[in-house]
Design a protein around this ligand. Structure first.
Ligand code: GLC
Length: 716
């Protein structure tokens, strides 16, 4: 297979002049002398080849210094506005440049197959079209600013349980129709790098999966960028290089890293933190890779090339891909922007995403709040912004507003604050592993449930902020809120029938009290602007613009529930036996009503739909009228139902094919045009590839997967 990349004259010349040792040094990471990057590839001074610095992550630039903490990726997806994704990509890239980083290890875009997955907050959706539109948006934005984007984790990294060993047992059609499309879209958007997953796919590790890396990614999709491993996510030398991996990360053994950190002796003198880290690392052992997988691409690779086990052409291609991306973003010429961190625009963007990602799940009319309402503000963590979950995406903001700060700044009535529940301790995986577990102990001082209930009884409205906890390297044990927060909500709702609950979660959560409260807002992990964004929506300064990018349902109703073969797997094999029926596809096919369907989200306005029309092959038009006296934001969605399929051919009842968010002023109408995904009518046939069957396709248009307002047909 010829998947070698095109080379400029400069790169071809450099390859001619590089020694074998120098070429090998460009295929693996090393210790960053500045100590500020997540990953580092030294240059070759002799030839003017620049060094490359890599930093996480999807929620913001993670270095020793603070940066804008954007809302979680699932919150960005809930906006159903890929333009915001591109804006965020640009902003994060500018912040990367300001922090002297060249590669952003973002976006994370694995499909949300399992509601318990500890990293769902870092991903977009249960649907491949939503995931692909947002992945492409973020990638485009990052590259707009001459930083290299790294879509991750390729592919089928849909759980944290046993993530370094588990094999996703998934058939080709399901891979092609559900798990690969968003990566394809990210590559089509111009991603300069891609990170392989820790897991195996049908028994082969992602980092050495020749068919997926060389035939599909580099062959079919013509990817000319760099394929890097996840950190310590490599197992072999020749098989991995020949399988299509170009860059092994971090490429540093723990002893080398400790030496460079100056903490090597901590291991020897029995330092407590090391013991703590062992203890905590034990807790995450199931989801952490073996850090001894350090250097398959240094001396071992050189020997493999010298022996011919790895052709030198393959080594040259590995190096050419890296240098080609460095050249593409101007690293040789040093003419890139200097970037900027924590600008007013970035702060404003973080808030806009949080507001537009907020989903109004229930509202009996209590929202929006009157400016002068007396409010009881309750919740275990009301005095802190939720800036994300645990793990490599942890981002420390320069500024943040807590729910207390946001509501107190906006309210004109009295605000009484009572936590009513001990603090929920978020998991900070990185601190935990490095034994720096700071003040993350639950403190039960000034926690008085009765005082919270009394404050609720005395106020016009009670607003309860609740949350879950989630982290990389571990899945959630259930879909409940953490601690006894459900009891807190029930007690407050019993004291005041105008109780609003604001949920900060990593993905689907069970809300057992939802029929006992007056309103429910879903804010995900809203990032640094948590308080201001929540206040803007609570008081109606903005319409809750979000829609659910994942289905909310009782835990037992999900397709991966109750079958450990499916999840978390048996003998390190997770069998994707649900096939295409993930998320709403499952609930529609099973005829089961979820708690809140995919695409659901109410508005403070009221939208009426005109008749839908279709023009050309894939463009649907529909008029949307705002029949209320308030400006509103609507997300129009189009779902395709294929013609009756032959019995042996599984097709979900409906599949999202397009969507658009639109602002509609009070009393006005807008014509919304939806361009359906190019493969909206197709299915993947293992022999024929992408195939469109003959027959009548029905395109349903509406405001969620279950609230469909009109339909049109397309004849093929
Ligand atoms: C982690 C994550 C990956 C991250 C990398 C570097 O293990 O899986 O998303 O970019 O290591 O921190």
């Amino acid at each position: 297979m010829d998947d070698a990349t095109e080379r400029s004259e400069r790169i071809a010349d450099l390859l001619d002049r590089l020694t074998l040792e120098e070429k090998v040094s460009l295929t693996h990471g090393a210790v960053d002398p500045a100590g500020n990057a997540t990953g580092y590839v030294p240059g070759v001074d002799r030839l003017g080849i620049p060094e490359l610095r890599l930093a996480d992550g999807p929620l913001g630039v993670r270095t020793e210094d603070p940066a804008t903490a954007f809302p979680a990726s699932i919150s960005l997806a809930a906006t159903f506005d890929p333009d915001l994704a591109r804006e965020q990509g640009r902003a994060m890239a500018r912040e990367a440049l300001a922090r002297d980083q060249d590669v952003l290890l973002a976006p994370g875009l694995n499909l949300i197959r399992v509601p318990h997955n500890g990293r769902n907050f870092e991903y977009y959706s249960e649907d491949p079209v939503v995931s692909g539109r947002f992945a492409a948006g973020v990638v485009s934005g990052i590259h707009d600013e001459d930083v290299i984007a790294t879509p991750k984790h390729f592919v089928a990294n849909n759980q944290e349980s046993h993530r370094a060993e588990v094999s996703a047992e998934v058939d080709e059609r399901v891979l092609r129709e559900l798990y690969l499309p968003a990566f394809r879209d990210a590559v089509a958007a111009g991603a300069g790098a891609l990170m392989t997953a820790y897991n195996r796919i049908n028994g082969t590790y992602a980092s050495e999966h020749e068919r997926l890396l060389r035939e599909v990614l580099k062959g079919e999709w013509d990817f000319d960028g760099v394929v890097m491993s996840d950190w310590f996510g490599t197992q072999f030398t020749a098989d991995t290089a020949n399988g299509g991996l170009d860059l092994q990360m971090p490429g540093v053994r723990p002893d080398e890293q400790l030496e460079s950190d100056g903490t090597a002796d901590a291991e020897d003198d029995g330092d407590d933190s090391a013991d703590t880290s062992d203890g905590v690392a034990e807790r995450f052992a199931d989801g952490l890779p073996d850090p001894e997988r350090g250097d398959y691409f240094s001396d071992a690779l050189q020997s493999a090339v010298e022996s011919g086990e790895v052709p030198e052409e393959r080594l040259d291609d590995m190096v050419a891909r890296l240098l080609g991306q460095a050249e593409r973003v101007g690293l040789f010429d040093g003419d890139r922007g200097e970037g900027a961190v924590d600008t007013p625009d970035h702060r404003d963007l973080a808030e806009r995403i949080a507001v537009n990602g907020t989903v109004l799940l229930e509202n009996d009319g209590v929202l929006p709040l009157a400016d002068d309402a007396d409010v009881a503000l309750i919740g275990p963590n009301v005095d802190e912004a939720i800036t994300g979950g645990g793990g490599s995406s942890e981002t420390e903001p320069v500024v943040s507003t807590s729910p207390v700060e946001g509501v107190e700044a906006r309210a004109e009535g009295a605000v009484t604050v009572e936590r009513g529940h001990e603090r929920i301790v978020p998991v900070t995986l990185l601190d935990a592993i490095h034994g720096d577990q700071g003040d993350d102990e639950a403190d039960d001082e000034d926690v008085d449930r009765d005082a919270a209930v009394a404050a609720a009884a005395d106020a016009d409205v009670a607003v309860v902020f609740v949350r879950d906890t989630a982290t990389e390297a571990a899945d959630r044990g259930d879909l409940r809120l953490a601690g006894e927060q459900d009891d807190l909500v029930e007690a407050v709702a019993a004291a005041n029938d105008r109780t609003v609950v604001v949920v900060g979660s990593s993905g689907p959560v069970e809300l057992p009290w939802r029929e006992d409260v007056a309103a429910v807002l879903q804010t995900w992990y809203p990032g640094q602007a948590h308080g201001d964004a929540a206040a803007a929506v609570l008081y109606g300064d903005a319409d809750p613009g979000g829609r659910l990018p994942v289905t909310f349902a009782p835990e037992p109703d999900y397709p991966t529930a109750g079958d450990e073969r499916r999840y978390p797997g048996v003998d390190y094999e997770a069998h994707y036996d649900e096939g295409l029926l993930v998320g709403y596809r499952h609930f529609d096919a099973a005829g089961v009503d979820p708690t809140y369907p995919f695409g659901h989200g109410d508005s403070y306005a009221e939208f009426r739909y005109g008749d839908a029309e279709v023009t050309g092959d894939r463009t649907v038009h529909v008029d949307v009228e705002n029949a209320s006296d308030r400006d509103g934001r609507e997300v129009v969605q189009a779902y395709v139902a294929a013609p009756e399929a032959p019995d042996d051919l599984e097709r979900p009842p409906r599949e999202l094919a397009g969507f658009a968010a639109v602002e509609v002023p009070a009393g006005e109408s807008r014509t919304v045009e939806l361009t359906l995904d190019e493969r909206a009518l197709g299915r993947y046939d293992a022999d024929e590839g992408w195939t469109v069957d003959d027959g009548e396709f029905t395109v349903h248009v509406g405001r969620s997967s279950r609230d469909l307002r009109d339909s049109v047909t397309i004849e093929r």
